[in-house]
Design a protein around this ligand. Structure first.
Ligand code: S3P
Length: 445
């Protein structure tokens, strides 16, 4: 999917943000529900699927692979083909902006005797795919032309060989691709992760009946999946996305007088590093009604305006808040004192180089930053001048983070494009306005 004309937007100082609301379903879980539904036999029903461009592209992809995914009433249904049962698509699969859709689908395709061409937008076509293709090639996947960027043509095989693979970088996408491929390999496939990353694939594989074992070894985790087991179609309920809620919660902390509650959020500990950090900064963020639904921990989160202080965020927290650093860096601008964020190497290979884009956006709005290697330091003074134009580089999270900034900065903040917000959180503007956020078109806020 391509976005033709950029759509700039400005946000401006807003009154207290108030309300109780829900955000759309979690993106990571939505992709996985569609893919496991396709690999299971029988029908999978998904409630609360995130209907964003990234996830819709995955729904189209599984449909093109012979496992139709469609919406009936308020539920999505996938008619699974069983592992090994997917069929050759008759045209390239377009993943738009989605690294997760692309990389996980490489693992889904690997154990099938099919040839698939994968394409994506300008941002996705710049992102490294070798990190997933290299281990999958060791298992038997063939890649035409030995490329590691989209467009790519892959040839899977029903003779996939199992393997033990230690992750060289903390990435749930790499882990998940290998585990999904391992489902179709003859024997046991093991991924060793030195640092814990989001574990939705493991949880959902178990929910669908796969044999998955997780063993802790010192600080590392060994995850083993047994190939050849039949998955059965299941009901899945997708909880609210904590990475989308992050923008509203951050806005509530920095806009004076705010008090909001977001209900039904995923609070899996592999995803909550951002909330922990906000609490350490002095943020009034509380988890209410903690419960479990569909194998995942859920809670309502209440956030109130708070006086914040700079903190040091340890590198080992990065996997549990990797998508939230742009938002955290903006919040740090409103805190008093320096906030130091270490271990940000993975931030450079997201939808944009988020380390560079975040620092540039802060500087453009009068916040002093330092970038050194994989470390970002934000020098907060308690208030942000604003007034800048932020380059989003086709990155939804850069756009949303800086629009949140403008709600509390002295002058409006303009982002050069908002079209990409639809890839993960199409309701962003509507929900923000519902709690009292003020936006204006094209920089003229
Ligand atoms: C995701 C994993 C993360 C994250 C992405 C979603 C997933 O990427 O940034 O938005 O659903 O597995 P990496 O695994 O590459 O860190």
């Amino acid at each position: 999917m391509t976005h033709a004309d950029p759509t700039p937007l400005a946000s401006r100082r807003s009154g207290p943000l108030k309300g109780t609301l829900r955000v759309p379903g979690d993106k990571s879980i939505s992709h996985r529900a569609l893919m496991l539904g396709a690999l299971a036999t029988g029908k999978t029903r998904i409630r609360g699927l995130l209907e964003s461009e990234d996830v819709i592209n995955t729904a189209h992809a599984v449909t093109a692979l012979g496992a139709p995914a469609r919406k009936t009433g308020d539920t999505w249904e996938v008619l699974g083909r069983g592992t090994g049962g997917l069929t050759q698509p008759d045209k390239p699969l377009d993943f738009g902006n989605s690294g997760t859709g692309t990389r996980l689908m490489m693992g889904v395709i690997a154990p099938h005797d099919i040839t698939v061409t994968m394409i994506g937008d300008a941002s996705l076509s710049k992102r490294p795919m070798g990190r997933v293709l290299n281990p999958l090639k060791q298992m038997g996947l063939e890649v035409e032309g030995d490329r590691d960027r989209l467009p790519l043509t892959l040839r899977g095989t029903s003779e996939l060989v199992p393997m033990v693979y230690e992750l060289p970088v903390p990435s749930a996408q790499i882990k998940s691709a290998i585990l999904l491929a391992g489902l179709g390999a003859a024997g046991e496939t093991t991924v060793v992760e030195p640092e814990a990353t989001r574990d939705h694939t493991e949880r959902m594989l178990r929910h669908f009946g796969a044999d998955v074992r997780t063993v802790s070894e010192g600080g590392a985790t060994r995850i083993t999946v047994r190939g050849g087991a039949e998955l059965e179609g299941r009901d899945v309920t997708v909880p609210g996305d904590p990475s989308s809620a992050a923008f509203l919660i951050a806005a509530a902390l920095i806009v004076p007088g705010s008090d909001i509650t977001i209900e039904g959020l995923l609070v899996n500990p592999t995803r909550t590093g951002f909330y922990t950090t906000l609490q350490e900064m002095g943020g009034d963020v509380t988890f209410l009604n903690e419960r479990e639904e569909g194998g995942e921990p859920i809670a309502d989160i209440r956030a109130r305006f708070s006086a914040l202080s700079g903190v040091s965020v340890p590198a080992d927290r990065a996997p549990s808040m990797i998508d939230e650093y742009p938002m955290l860096a903006v919040v740090a601008g409103f805190a008093k004192g320096a906030t130091r964020m270490d271990g940000l190497a993975e931030l450079k290979v997201k939808e944009s180089d988020r380390l560079a884009a975040t620092a540039a956006g802060l500087e453009a709005n009068g916040v002093r930053t330092e970038v050194s290697g994989d470390t970002l330091i934000v020098h907060g003074t308690g208030s942000v001048p604003g007034g800048g134009l932020v380059e989003t580089h086709l990155d939804h999270r850069i756009a949303m983070s800086f629009l949140a900034m403008g709600l509390a900065s002295t002058s409006p903040v303009t982002v050069d494009d908002t079209a990409m917000i639809a890839t993960s959180f199409p309701e962003f503007r509507h929900l923000m306005e519902q709690i009292g956020a003020q936006f204006g078109e094209g920089g003229g806020a």
